[in-house]
Design a binder for this molecule. Sequence first.
Ligand code: SF4
Length: 253
Amino acid sequence: MLRSERYRHFVDYFSKHQPEAETELHYTNPFELLVAVILSAQCTDKRINQITPALFARFPDAASLAASNTDEVFTYIRSVSYPNNKAKHLVRMAKMLVDVFGGVVPADIDELQKLPGVGRKTANVIASVVYDVAAIAVDTHVFRVADRLGLTTNATTPLAVEKQLVKYLPNNTLAIAHHWLILHGRYICVARSPKCEICPLTWFCRYYERTHTEKALIKAEAQKLKKAKDAKRKRSLDGISRELAKRSVDKNI
Ligand code: SF4
């Protein structure tokens, strides 16, 4: 199947079945989303949603967070991963938001990346979710699912994945495609063992094609037989070597 066909099926399927896909992080304004996304690195959305209500109640905007300090912020985020670093990033990010951007979260991806704790992925999330910029953030789910489906080829870095997705996806689907890929990766196309048996995308998935079709199964069976044959041959050769060694010892005695 051509890559362009896979893209077409991907967009058609999700446009029809998940037209409203969105982030599972809870937030009510751009500042809260920015804080939540920074916190969510290497952590689950569920965990972040547990701690953000108290955090946002204490720090409702950039000014209040900027006026605080790392130790205080730490007490609100101690149960997330890397709380020390994240507390530092949040306070420094808020200070910069106040000092450089007048307390407003910028829409520009390059400007967003100037903020402490904000890399390309976070910048793309904020720009696309908040400001509807045609951008796609690549996290571990997006990276893996895009590859398995065959939307990307030989893309070894998040930036390479992003470039291929931007090239082939229609501009108006970039932001939502990020959520489609994340949700599919979180619940069905999981990292260790994808749940292909319940996946509705098997008919255009490259990974499925390579691992489950008749041709793929025949190939796997042939490889298994060859492996068994090689192992048997090796055992037989080992046996002969042992026998020869034994005879040589007997002879010397
Ligand atoms: S068929 Fe399997 S590998 Fe392909 S997208 Fe579905 S779960 Fe993932």
